[in-house]
Ligand binder design. Structure first.
Ligand code: DPP
Ligand code: ZN
Length: 844
């Protein structure tokens, strides 16, 4: 496959005023006619005229009405064109019913839908399919389907046709078309300037009852973006469509967002609190793209973080405002460490703004998204809230309607603040996670912290330069009072000291409050000091972190030396968990142990080869010890977390259910599942039902409940995804691969559906010791299925290949087994470009 480089960027050379598309729908012979006016960009170079196109059958083409015969290639077409402006017309035929890649125009349960980001539009029509070519679109859809939707505003419709016009110039990746026998859940919103907007969530008949939460979330998002960023919606109508077969979570097409049904449909009976929160966040994310992504888009795909990092940052701000900011921050850091750190510390490591790729779909990563959002959080911390707001206003003013770069983005901050961001920019170009070491001195009332930063080498980047690190620090007195409130130290050197004067006693530092920079903090701290912070820190994140650290060290000792669980920590944690003055959601997060994958990474970073079985055994033993130590108080906490009121997905009830669920899991270790069975039988919402089922599976007492659950929910695809997933995720590691394999033999294992495929195999990878069974059965099974899926859906296959990204951290035996599977995949004839790139990087 060909490699594309950032440094090779060249403008297109023509401007497109308006695109007219006519789409006559047919499952196997859809006709797409395009009429496009191309105008040469004044003063631009005019390279050859090339339009992207893939899997298209060209029926006819003409320029200014005269038929032409372009030269066709596998990637598109070339054609001789006039010097000046001209009108291009073409007609192609495509077969949406045969498109299992779910990219371009395809069918899902009989409905037509599209996915064009990143490069899917070229499977619909010949077009300059690049984000810097922005045009207005007029789309006519012809077909018998009752509902026919595209971007923008509806213009006209009649028997068998509908026409849409999108007045905002947009790149082709934001094009969308949906047609089917859908029903809508309506809503409306009045913008700050008094414009009425019609809102709709379109679903398959039967799903109408699952739209209310999505609508509520959409309205909340629209309001929030007006209040916090001053951004109003800009069309008469905003449509959301739920689709069952979808590679991503959702897509921000202008005025017509398309959602994986799992990320929009919700009801108390079928969705967990976590589902509700995720739906709220994704609805917000896609809506926020209207300004950060659509009105201002990316010049090229290397700039993907320009829209994604910023939009993730915005959606996390939104969730923080809707729920608990502290709990959201902790959750985000857990997620960053679970998904982005392994990426940055393995063979797939790449900068937030990559400099080359073969398949851009492989770069929709935690690094681009989540680290991209962290970079914006740091920028805001460095310049302050006011300057951030000023810079964002300038960004929207200056770049509305443009396709931009990271340079444009940083320039508005430089102009708004007068700061030089040249060094800060390394966050976009340098890959890898910086490690931060700390030492301290105390003399004559002066307390000095000395930091050293170092970023380990990553693929293609052996040597690293120092980055700008905002390090939020607070100091506590030995009596627990805070003597220095949170202060942001701006570190720019490889080694740098910061002094605090006038202290009467040596303070206890609380470093990297709120996780103010995405780094690994390497600081040897005594258990006493961590327990002190756990008890006294005013920063919720660091309070959580202190406990997490104690848990981590306790587990490491248990794994390496066979130590007994750290009872002092368990007792200190017990105090927090019982403290009714604290938010139950926070207490639940305090209870969560580091994941087994995180422990494997930690051991590896200390040059100890992680043994997945030993990690699993220690984690289990520690949870048993917690359950026993707290045996007498667990029922009481559980009672307090019981919610009597009607179900509400908001933070308050969800927090209670979250802590209640964690307590139930501990109780199950003592009662073999009795309390869980009672909860399962009485549950009237999915959070309680699924929580109980998970406990029963872990206790090996699930047969009855599993069957009942299946019987109750066999008609609900999204709930059945949970049924598939949970069995593999929660089962004894020794059975995980066998259980996954058995599930693939069920008639409702629809492997071409990405949600179902991920339910089984994503969960297998999450069952750390199960996936990493020493006999290699987990690796083999997954590789078999990746090979099979790649023939249909390269995008989802490639993304799942990343579960092998940590292969080099394990023992020689496991390494050899994983390498064997990666090589087996790599050797497949006809392997997709997506997967070829992934396995090549994984093996390098
Ligand atoms: N749909 C994906 C997202 O919103 C890609 N743009 O992040
Ligand atoms: Zn996005």
């Amino acid at each position: 496959p060909q490699t594309v480089y950032l440094s090779d960027y060249k403008p297109f050379g023509w401007h497109i005023a308006d695109v007219h598309l006519t789409v006559r729908l047919d499952p196997t012979a859809t006709r797409v006619r395009s009429r496009i006016r191309f105008e040469p960009t004044p003063g631009a170079e005019h390279p050859e005229f090339f339009l992207h196109g893939e899997d298209l059958r060209l029926i006819s083409a003409s320029i200014d009405g005269a038929p032409v015969t372009p030269e066709l290639t596998a990637e598109g077409l070339r054609c001789a064109v006039p010097e000046g402006a001209f009108t291009w017309e073409a007609e192609v035929e495509i077969a949406p019913a045969e498109n299992f890649a779910l990219e371009g125009l395809y069918m899902s349960n009989g409905m037509y839908c599209t996915q064009c980001e990143a490069e899917g539009f070229r499977k619909i029509s010949y077009y300059p399919d690049r984000p810097d070519v922005m045009a207005t679109f007029t789309v006519r859809i012809e077909g018998d389907e009752r509902v026919k939707l595209s971007n923008g505003n509806p213009v006209a419709s009649g028997e068998g046709w509908a026409e849409w016009h999108d007045p905002w110039p947009k790149p082709a990746y934001l094009f969308a078309l949906v047609a089917g026998d859908l029903v809508n859940h309506p809503g409306s919103f009045t913008t700050a300037s008094g414009k009425e907007v019609e809102l709709n969530i379109w679903v398959r008949p039967g799903d109408e009852g699952k739209c209310a939460w999505g609508m509520e979330s959409l309205i909340a998002s629209m309001k929030w973006d007006e209040e916090v960023y001053g951004r109003e919606y800009d069309l008469d109508i905003f449509n959301i469509v739920a689709v069952d077969d979808f590679n991503m979570g959702a897509m921000e097409n202008k005025g017509l967002n398309i959602f994986n049904s799992s990320c929009v449909l919700a009801s108390p009976e079928t969705s967990t609190d976590a589902n509700f929160e995720r739906i709220e966040a994704i609805i917000a994310h896609e809506y926020f793209h209207n300004w950060t992504g659509n009105r201002i888009t990316c010049r090229d795909w290397f700039q993907l973080c320009l829209k994604e990092g910023l939009t993730v940052y915005r959606d996390s701000q939104f969730t923080s405002d809707m729920r608990s900011a502290e709990v959201k921050r902790i959750g985000d850091v857990i997620d960053l460490r679970a998904r982005q750190f392994p990426e940055d510390q393995g063979p797939l490591s790449h900068p937030v703004r990559p400099e080359s790729f073969q398949e851009i779909n492989n770069f929709y990563t935690a690094t681009v998204y989540e680290k991209g959002a962290e970079v914006i959080g740091m920028l805001k911390r460095l310049v302050g809230d006011e300057a951030y707001a000023k810079a964002l206003d300038l960004y929207f003013d200056r770049h509305d309607g443009q396709a931009c770069t990271i340079e444009d983005w940083l320039q508005v901050f430089e102009d708004a603040t007068g700061r030089d961001l040249a060094q800060f920019k390394r966050w976009y170009s340098q890959s890898g996670t910086p490690h931060l070491k700390v030492s301290e001195t105390f003399e004559d009332g002066i307390y000095t912290l000395t930091f050293t930063q170092e970023t380990p080498p990553t693929p293609g980047q052996p040597d690293k330069l120092p980055q700008v690190l905002p390090i939020a620090v607070g100091l506590l007195n030995p009596n627990g009072d805070e003597v220095v409130p949170t202060t942001v130290l701006e570190m720019t050197e490889a080694t740098q000291s910061f002094a605090f004067e006038g202290l009467s006693a040596k303070p206890v530092p609380s470093i990297l409050r709120g996780f103010s920079a995405p780094v690994v903090l390497d600081r040897e701290t005594s258990a006493d000091e961590k327990r002190f912070l756990l008890a006294h820190d005013t920063d919720a994140f660091n309070r959580w972190e202190a406990s997490r650290d104690l848990g981590r060290e306790c587990l490491v000792d248990m794994i390496i030396q066979g130590s007994e669980p750290d009872l002092a920590w368990i007792d200190a944690l017990g105090e927090v968990v019982r403290d009714d003055a604290l938010d139950p959601a926070f207490r639940a997060m305090m209870l969560a142990l580091p994941t087994q994958a995180e422990l494997a990474q930690l051991l590896h970073s200390r040059d100890i080869t992680p043994d997945p079985d030993a990690i699993h055994a220690a984690s289990e033993a520690l949870r048993d010890a917690m359950a026993q130590r707290w045996a007498s108080v667990l029922p009481e906490i559980a009672d307090k977390m019981w919610v009597d009121a009607p179900f509400d997905p908001g933070a308050e009830q969800a927090g209670k259910r979250s802590l209640g669920g964690a307590i139930l899991a501990l109780r199950t270790r003592l009662d073999g599942g009795a309390a869980a069975q009672t909860q399962f039988d009485a549950a009237d919402n999915m959070t309680l039902q699924l929580g109980a089922l998970s406990c029963l599976i872990r206790a090996g007492a699930e047969d009855k409940a599993l069957a009942a659950f299946r019987k109750q929910w066999s008609g609900d695809r999204l709930v059945m995804d949970k049924w598939f997933a949970l069995q593999v995720a929660a089962t004894e590691p020794a059975n995980a691969a066998a259980r996954a394999e058995a599930l693939t033999k069920l008639p409702d294992f629809d492997w071409k559906n990405p949600n179902r495929f991920r339910a089984v195999f994503g969960s297998l990878a999450m069952n750390h010791a199960g996936f990493h069974r020493a006999d290699g059965s987990g690796y083999r099974l997954l590789a078999d299925w990746l090979i099979k899926l790649d023939e249909k859906n390269p995008q989802t296959t490639a993304r799942m290949c990343s579960v092998f990204q940590t292969w080099k951290r394990y023992d020689a035996g496991r390494q050899a087994l994983m390498k064997e599977q990666l090589e087996r995949i790599a050797a497949r004839p006809g392997l997709s470009r997506d997967v070829t790139e992934m396995v090549t990087r994984l093996l390098s």
